[in-house]
Design a protein around this ligand. Structure first.
Ligand code: AMP
Ligand code: MG
Length: 369
């Protein structure tokens, strides 16, 4: 812990400095210099170490992320891409490494690869209020050859358990963070395997039942500033933010939601060959309202199907030439997931926001250092 170098502020002032997005345009040194924030950064380091240990043990090979390319994956939920000039063309900064990781998993002898992948996403401004979105963040992004989504769900839950078990060794230090941010936690909640699994349909059904409770609706309207959240639940769309938060809050263990409807995800999530409209994919959610930690899927690897899906979502297939060629000549089943480091740090440290999980955070819409 840093000692003796704190700015002379009251606890209230410090908390304000840390929590209000405008504060990030302010004194970045004071934030990084704060002993509790420094402990959060140490947890990020410890979590990254635990993940690398786990993946190394499982036979994964780590790659350095590829940052520039002619195309990045299509963002969901409205995140735009950053474009940069590139020798007379326009290249993109990666919104995720999904396309490259499929190729590497298919090509490498080990068939198991991962990155610590910095992602850049021009998130919509209203994402600044979720406490879960940054413009710049890191995913631990992995892919496995000849696997399906259920097989990588098992890897995801074992990895999460490993991280939690390792972090429990530092529970005293976690406690100082929890106390500072007013967490109600008594200890680090265990992950009891196998984690609960529910389909998207089951999750929406459950939420529709809870939506009959007027108190729940009032709570969501107030907390998320939405009108009639009950009308936003649908079997054919993504679970809206406020309901995802609610689903996460009513669980006391991490859990999976799988089999999302086709409209909800990108062309790379494979459709069940025998269940049209349903994708072989999943989210891993944290309890206590922390929400989504990870998304994963079995990949669509048949070039004709990918091409059709691109047409459906108005992607420009020209940009994807190298990827389509790879699928045509070498495409084979892979599955994988990406787990957000800032989300994981937020969950382990029980932070009010991912804004606290890295220095100089880029909060959507805020012009900060
Ligand atoms: P996605 O493929 O969009 O689901 O992203 C994979 C994972 O990255 C998510 O499950 C989150 O943990 C994390 N993630 C996605 N978008 C953001 C963001 N804007 N800020 C922080 N973490 C994010
Ligand atoms: Mg996701």
């Amino acid at each position: 812990m840093g000692e003796g170098r704190l700015p002379p502020m009251t606890a209230d002032q410090e908390l304000k400095l840390i929590l209000e997005p405008e504060a990030f345009t302010g004194d970045i040194f004071s934030i990084v210099n704060h002993p509790v924030i420094q402990e959060v950064y140490r947890f990020r380091h410890r979590i990254a170490r635990a993940i690398r240990e786990f993946l190394d043990e499982e036979g994964f090979i780590e790659f350095d992320p590829i940052m520039l390319g002619p195309v990045t994956d299509p963002g969901t939920r409205g995140a735009l891409e950053f474009r940069v000039p590139y020798y007379g063309r326009e290249y993109r900064l990666m919104r995720s490494g999904i396309l490259y990781k499929q190729l590497l998993a298919a090509a490498m002898d080990e068939g198991k690869i991962y990155f610590f992948y910095p992602n850049l996403r021009h998130e919509p401004i209203d994402a600044s209020k979720t406490g879960r979105h940054l413009v710049e963040f890191v995913q631990v992004d992995l892919e496995v050859r000849d696997a399906d989504h259920f097989q990588v769900m098992e890897i995801a839950e074992r990895m999460l358990k490993h991280v939690i078990d390792e972090m429990r060794r530092y529970e005293d230090r976690l406690r100082t963070i929890w106390e500072f941010f007013g967490s109600e936690r008594e200890g680090l909640p265990d992950a009891r395997l196998p984690l609960k699994r529910m389909t998207h349909k089951e999750a929406v059904k459950l939420l529709m039942k809870h939506a009959e409770d007027g108190e729940v609706i009032k709570e969501l309207e107030k907390k998320f500033d939405v009108k009639r959240p009950q009308d936003r639940l649908s079997f054919t769309a993504e679970i809206p933010w406020e309901w995802e938060w609610y689903l996460s809050k009513i669980n006391d263990q991490p859990f999976f939601v799988h089999d999302y409807p086709r409209g909800a995800r990108g062309f790379y999530d494979r459709e069940y060959p025998d269940k049209p409209g349903i994708l072989m994919d999943f989210d891993l959610l944290a309890p206590e309202g922390h929400g989504e930690l990870s998304s994963g899927a079995a990949r669509e690897y048949e070039v004709s199907k990918v091409f059709a899906r691109m047409r459906e979502t108005n992607e420009n297939p020209e940009l994807y030439r190298w990827y389509l060629k790879f699928l045509r000549d070498h495409g084979r089943p892979t599955a994988g997931f990406g787990i957000g480091m800032e989300r994981l740090v937020k969950y382990i440290c029980d932070l009010p926001s991912v804004h606290l999980a890295r220095p100089a955070p880029k909060v959507p819409g805020v012009h900060s250092p």
